[in-house]
Ligand binder design. Structure first.
Ligand SMILES: *Cc1c(COP(=O)(O)O)cnc(C)c1O
Length: 409
């Protein structure tokens, strides 16, 4: 008897459509005025995405791998590729398949330290992946066994991810992955035996505002490399590069790259290359979500997207995104007031405290553009309570990447 297993994604795909304007892309205001959307609208900005990628790649002294998990929308991947991204940091088979389908010649790096055996085999034998991250001897053994089992020859690349002490990035990633120093040393020596490419990586945590975090991590990397005493081909400084939010002013990327260059030079590895794996910094400014106000109760607005949708990080993590009122038929008050949001589900945890500064006369029926949502927005949506309908549209305006100081409460 055969068993048919069907898989279904958690959310329905975002529906593309709304006005198809072939001549030029609309602005967000035009999308709202024409469609008066009662469902959230994801507004993608391909020109901003491409320009951001171009600027990052132009300034970073090494290769730039886009961390696909941050926003895997095909339109986003296409825009980043147009901006020069040719390397992709993938963490799952689904991400690898998507990238391979879209870009047959792209370099795909499997950067999850804990992989399913079948995923390793398929990535190696059918999807052309050669570089894999490990952070334990067991994972390295798994990798070797599964690659050997495929019988497909190739040059293996191994990147050893080292653990960092807890830093003060907005999102700490130090607890889950990374080999402690002694283990990292042993792993490097072991992996050197059969790796055509050997690298060391770390991740300082996401939205890390302090350039010195990279200097410290590179110093630690140097200790590991010296103790291992083996040749190193790649030093991968991970992701974590920050963007501006209303309450978080990020230093310019150049400040981070200068620390990285200096820390890398101090390692004395003239033949090694630098890699980075940015997610947020490449895509945050590339999308907004337009929500509609369905009710106002005092200073709380009930809106049609929330923490089970694209506004996940505005919930538990308390992220404050830039916001702007859209009212096609008239002017709103010039006086701003601080509001919090409730999302559409029946869960009282579906709350976003903000505060979000909006005109004091905001009312039911108004729309709000929530900016800087290209990173960790759409990809975190769920179908909880049936609120998984959203539209996606490509727009041409520059968005809310930076907010005037006067709007910061
Ligand atoms: C999530 C992740 C990234 C991207 O992090 P950002 O903070 O979005 O830049 C890069 N590398 C790895 C291994 C990750 O898990």
């Amino acid at each position: 008897m055969s068993v048919v297993v069907r898989t279904r994604s958690a959310v329905t795909p975002l529906r593309r459509s709304i006005t198809a304007l072939p001549v030029r892309r609309p602005t967000v205001d035009e999308v709202v005025a024409v469609n008066r959307p009662e469902e959230p609208v994801h507004c993608l900005r391909p020109s901003v995405l491409a320009a951001t990628a171009r600027a990052f790649i132009g300034a970073f002294p090494g290769e730039v791998l886009y961390a696909v998990k941050c926003n895997p929308d095909p339109a986003v991947l296409r825009a980043l590729a147009a901006g020069g991204v040719m390397h992709f940091d993938c963490a799952s088979l689904a991400e690898i398949r998507l990238v391979r389908d879209m870009f047959p010649d792209a370099a795909i790096h499997f950067m999850h330290p804990v992989k399913a055996r079948g995923a390793i085999r398929e990535a190696w034998a059918r999807l052309g992946v050669r570089d894999f991250v490990v952070d334990s001897a067991a994972e390295l053994a798994k990798l070797r066994a599964e690659i050997a089992a495929t019988g497909v020859p190739g040059s293996l690349g191994v990147v050893v991810r080292i653990a960092l002490p807890r830093g003060d990035a907005r999102l700490d990633l130090s607890g889950k992955f990374g080999a402690p120093l002694q283990e990292a040393v042993a792993l490097l020596r072991d992996a050197r035996r059969d790796s055509a490419m050997l690298g060391v990586s770390f991740h300082v945590g996401s939205q890390c505002l302090d350039p010195l975090a990279w200097r410290d991590a590179l110093a630690l990397t140097g200790q590991v490399i010296r103790a291992a005493g083996v040749a190193i081909d790649v030093v991968d400084v991970g992701g974590g590069f920050p963007v501006n939010y209303p309450d978080q002013q990020a230093p310019p990327l150049g400040a981070f790259f200068a620390e990285i260059q200096e820390g890398f030079d101090a390692l004395g590895l003239p033949r090694a290359r630098l890699w980075a794996e940015p997610g947020r910094a490449l895509v945050a400014a590339g999308a907004s979500v337009v929500v509609q106000v369905q009710a106002r109760r005092g200073d709380t607005l009930f809106v049609n997207d929330g923490v089970y949708g694209a506004l996940s990080d505005a919930g538990t993590l308390g992220f404050r995104y830039p916001v702007r009122l859209i009212r096609p038929e008239g002017a709103a008050s010039a006086t701003l007031r601080a509001f919090s949001f409730y999302g559409p589900t029946c869960d009282s945890a579906d709350v976003m405290r903000g505060p979000f500064p909006l005109p004091e006369d905001v009312a039911e029926g108004d729309w709000i553009e929530v900016g800087q949502l290209g990173a960790y927005g759409a990809c975190l949506r769920t179908a909880f309570n049936g609120f998984d309908r959203a539209r996606i549209v490509e727009v041409e305006d520059v968005g809310l990447a930076t907010v005037p100081k006067s709007l910061v409460a």
